[in-house]
Ligand binder design. Sequence first.
Ligand code: ATP
Ligand code: MG
Length: 664
Amino acid sequence: MRKVNTVSEETLDNLVNEGQSFPPPPAFAAQANGTADLYDKAAADHEGFWAEQARTYLTWSTPFTQSLDWSNPPFAKWFADGELNACVNAVDRHVAQGRGDKVAIHFVGEPEGDTRDITYSDLHAEVQRAANALADLGVSKGDTVAIYLPMIPEAAVAMLACARLGAPHSVVFGGFSAEALHSRIDDAKAKVVITADGGYRRGAPSALKPAVDAALDHGDTSVEHVLVVKRTGQDTAWSDRDVWWHDALEQAAPTHEAQAFEAEHPLFILYTSGTTGKPKGIFHTTGGYLTQAAYTNAVVHDVHRDTDVYWCTADIGWVTGHSYIVYGPLTNGITQVMYEGTPDTPHQGRWWEIIQDYKVTILYTAPTAVRTFMKWGADIPAKFDMSSLRLLGSVGEPINPEAWLWYHKHIGGGRAPIVDTWWQTETGAIMISPLPGVTTLEPGSAQKPIPGISAEILDDEGKPFTTPEQVGYLVLTKPWPSMLRGIWGDPERYKETYWSRFGEKYYFAGDGAKYDANGNIWLLGRVDDVMNVSGHRLSTAEIESALVSHPKVAEAAVVGANDETTGQAVCAFVILRQEFVEEADEPGEGGDLVKELRNHVAKEIGPIAKPRSIMIVSELPKTRSGKIMRRLLRDVAEGREVGDVTTLADSSVMDLIKTGMSSS
Ligand code: ATP
Ligand code: MG
């Protein structure tokens, strides 16, 4: 019966915390980079504010004289007559300023004991050789390079080497199939692919290069060479176009003089998660992107170069890995942890052990991970000393209040502020978030646009409103430095997707949002996911949050399925917390539990939100970046053939769910 006691204690705690807010701890506020005056400065002079950040955080080879050029909307130029090199900003200048011995990356491989510390000097030596190696293979300014690597330091080196040459990179997540890789290589017309023999995943080497071979064997390809990092040492098929990374770097000249590029020179292309449809090739340029990545990493993640050990758990194949593993933190010259593997290899406390070993001070992760840890139970992190943590961050999806409170208490020791950061591949960097030394935190809300960013919520007619609890469309109202410059090769799709819904005055983010009574912004999921039940607009995020606030539920996904009488009906898919899984398996219990959960939603939101069906599942379909793919669940709920699953992290999940569906 102990189990039950733990749960009621937790439920009680959360009842006490309901609606509670968390002011910044005074000691934190006293040392914070992000201060309240930034809001006033940015409001007084938008362009001047950003110009100041660009000068503060970056080193320019040619100083810019103009901040924003918005003469041809929606195509922005920032700092356009300035010149810089992104790699020099992220690496060389730290060495030149005497910080070469500082650790840039504490690399932790998945196999235990497989660790490497890489200093800024080490990184400097590697990026110079890698840039020369790429140049030897014919890569020069403007050529694109595809990167398909596991989470190893060479992934960062490869990106920086491309940046050093002015060759835009297109990183493709290592978990993608040959087909997904092929379409991205083709779309970007990559000249070189950088990959590895394999990486470690769930305790075993997992091959990567065969997918590259299969992608290129499709025939016609722009790819001339494949550079292969030896990571696992497994047997690897070899052809004439293949070159070992270590051979190429060894043969390359050790020094490379970096050239400066125009601020608007393309830095990278990155495809969106594909949560709602076919991924879009978003492209970013150099000066504005780097400015906002470094600035937000400083004021939101509050990194301090001399004292922090920062860890962002994202994969490098996602925009979070670009901005908050590579470009932001390295430009700021800080020390960070990079981990190759899964959180449960070899045990479910692996992350907490890494935090304990490296005395990590700042942790930036996704709600999906937090909910997984909730499912595994709080006794796992409790075994480790995580007193070094002083700030936590969340990104990727709305973090429901229940998960926020769990994260705050069991990971942050009730002491570390949490920054819930809203942004997109398209925005390049954080847009809406608390400032941890300034904002009084409200669990579940990303709260306010950061200094320098302006957002509004519009109604169906495109009119801004501030009425609390009314659901509308989130838009951004002013150009920002790290905004996408377009969709690669498709300017029309760029205009149509982002700048047509409410005219060219507003960037349409595609997310639903509302204000609360205190003027905080709550993100409510994709506009495509907002349901209409008997004429009522319901948000998936709110119903999911209500389900997760039930003590037996770890994670939930909600979709609207066509319904003859109500237009759409709420269908929920629910993962239970570990200790209740058995209970649900007992005959009869499942049915009672479903009833209990339906009533719980009715109580939390109202009878209109009561799910028509609730299915208990063991996994949910997620993208590579951990986001729930509701469109696939909608296919299941509406009894259709399941759509495009190429961006799914684990394609067997849909089979499991369909089997469960037909047997229930
Ligand atoms: P696609 O555009 O191809 O459908 P995607 O939108 O999932 O894919 P990303 O750019 O990786 O691709 O994700 C951005 C989206 O993630 C945002 O539009 C928003 O829906 C969601 N998101 C990110 N951070 C937050 C957050 N802190 N709170 C709520 N939602 C968030
Ligand atoms: Mg999107």
